[in-house]
Design a protein around this ligand. Structure first.
Ligand code: ADP
Ligand code: MG
Length: 377
């Protein structure tokens, strides 16, 4: 199934091509045609499965010929739980609207910054991405009108409810026109989410994508006992002596990710770190390069590993252990393939030994260990 098959217009397809997305993800494949038809949707799919584009793309296309010209009337409201997410989601909308045959404007609003520029920005706005509190403040100042609103999106609904936004959400729903399309996306389907679903959605299409099961059987795993000071040299030794071309390295912190990437570069190995402190643009560049084989080593934190959408990776290195065994399996999961198993390598210090034991137990696999002192590097 290609993006074209989903009924997306040529101008949307062109913007997708710029992102170098090859194929729609599962949640996109199932959601896009439904949203294009104007129907309500309940989308449950794991983090990193591409939910943002799943709603942003059809929403953009649905706006064609329907954008409001009335001042301070908005067409689409996207509610998100956090400031970071409001910025991220708005960036996604903007990145897909460079080539539209019609005028389009989107904006993110969130608390913690001055409200005045946000009030000014409401002029001729189509898509507003907002956190609930700031949206209500703006509405109280009469900054925008909802009469032309045709679509409401709740993104990360589970998180929004966990953070206690239920009251604010109810107040916002009461302000919106009754006739509208409702799209509810969440990583999990909690009882609280179901309450909102029943209240908000009319005969929704339910799209539920299960988290991919990682089959650890198909992964060549090996561990190296190594001291903290020798991790850098061991990493370089492994990459160089095996002549690996595409290596994903995990660290436990942003700081360490930068440090490891710097050190590799100083030693002539092309490496870049990606983590939450890097801009969306720079992350995307690094990922594209890495995917296309133009970047040898990508150093990442766990947070971002979920956004790394590469189906298969030959080599994953756990430079530092993650706290949770689940994250460990998630990290190494991309190397597991029946026909072509990859390598997952884990560095284990004296202090890690116990924790690595716990991880192996949880994963129900025993990992063969090599003492790095026995290697010449
Ligand atoms: P979710 O909201 O489900 O957690 P996101 O929408 O944030 O996921 O997407 C996760 C990552 O996947 C982003 O970096 C995004 O650019 C990328 N992505 C989304 N759709 C595709 C696709 N069809 N092909 C490749 N990458 C994609
Ligand atoms: Mg999301």
């Amino acid at each position: 199934m290609t993006f074209k098959d989903l009924g997306l217009a040529p101008y949307v397809i062109r913007s997708i091509a710029k992102h170098e997305y090859q194929l729609p993800t599962l949640v996109q494949e199932k959601s896009i045609p439904v949203i294009l038809q104007g129907k309500d949707i309940l989308g449950i799919a794991p983090t990193g499965s591409g939910k943002t584009a799943a709603y942003a793309l059809p929403i953009i296309q649905n706006l064609e010929g329907k954008t409001t010209t009335k001042n301070r009337h908005i067409n689409v409201l996207v509610l998100v739980p956090t400031r970071e997410l409001s910025v991220q989601v708005e960036e996604v909308f903007r990145s897909f609207t460079q080539e539209l045959p019609f005028r389009f404007k989107s904006m993110a609003v969130h608390g913690g910054v001055s409200i005045n520029p946000q009030m000014m920005g409401m002029q001729h706005l189509n898509v507003l991405v907002a956190t609930p509190g700031r949206l209500l403040e703006l509405k109280e100042s009469n900054a925008m009108h909802f009469e032309s609103l045709s679509t409401l999106v709740l993104d990360e609904a589970d998180k929004m409810l966990n953070l206690g936004f239920k009251d604010e959400m109810d107040r916002i729903f009461a302000l919106l026109p009754a006739k509208r399309q409702n799209l509810l996306f969440s990583a999990t389907l909690s009882p609280e989410v179901e309450v909102v679903e029943r209240m908000l959605l009319k005969n929704p299409t339910v799209v539920q994508i299960e988290a991919e099961k990682v089959n650890v059987e198909f992964i060549n795993q090996v561990g190296y006992f190594v001291s903290a000071e020798k991790k850098g040299p061991l990493l370089r030794h492994l990459i160089k002596s095996n002549d690996w071309k595409q290596v994903l390295v995990f660290t436990s912190s942003v700081y360490h990710a930068d440090l490891v990437a710097d050190k590799l570069r100083k030693n002539g190995i092309d490496a870049t770190a990606i983590h939450s402190k890097k801009s969306q643009g720079s992350r995307r560049d690094s990922l594209t390069k890495f995917t296309n084989g133009k970047l040898r080593v990508l150093v990442s934190t766990d947070l971002l590993s979920r956004g790394i959408d590469i189906a298969f990776l030959p080599h994953v290195i756990n430079y530092e252990l993650p706290r949770s065994p689940k994250d460990f399996v998630h990290r190494i999961g991309r190397t597991g393939r029946a026909e072509n198993p990859g390598d997952a390598i884990t560095f284990v210090t004296e202090e890690d030994k116990h924790h690595f034991g716990v991880i192996q137990k949880k994963m129900k696999r025993t990992v063969d260990m090599i003492d790095s002192n026995s290697l010449a590097f």
